[in-house]
Design a protein around this ligand. Sequence first.
Ligand code: ZN
Length: 225
Amino acid sequence: MRPISIVHQDPCLTVFKHCSKDTVVICMGSPASCPLCDGELKDWMFSFRQIFAPWKTSESCPCTIVIRPTNGRFLQDYTGVEDLHIGIADSDGQVLHYDDNGIKRDTFWPECLPVWSQPDADLLTYGSGSIPDTQRCRWNNTLTLHTLSWRIDNHAYNEQVRNCFDFALGFVRALITETEPFGNKEMFTSEVILPKIQRLLRFLELYKKVCSTARSWIIQDTKDM
Ligand SMILES: [Zn+2]
């Protein structure tokens, strides 16, 4: 059994089955041969898949609600207990967010997790150029109005009741006034945000497990995948 050489790029894992029926190999990069039996991987495509890090740049997830660690980065600094910051990416991927200094607009967030888009369209899977104009306009207009009314409201930042999360949730409510499925923070957190964070944590756990081995691959039971 030999180590696999690693090409450093965006975090991504390769999962494949080769000579063992009940286990999969999880590794980084694209190996030319199976690390278990050293066999050539010429006919492995049938069970090959890649798991990409779930975070993106905000430019690649326009018109979404996005979260990032308040300090640091997901891979290096986030373990599931650190504070997160939430913002709203407009149709160009610029992010509006709120903290104790007021509303800010960032040109982009280099690393963020998209957690919500308009319910009538799966915008998380859209490329930046393929969001229908009507939805793009509705998102941007609602964001402009929401930002304006938030500023006019002019209450002070409050860690419990008027923070980045309230700003983002207020926007969501303004966008979907006809149905209001997320009436409170708890529901939005448990139904929208937590499942995305759990998926992120599963990726981080697996990625760190692979990284922690000197050979850069692990095997795992097929039923656990
Ligand atoms: Zn093999």
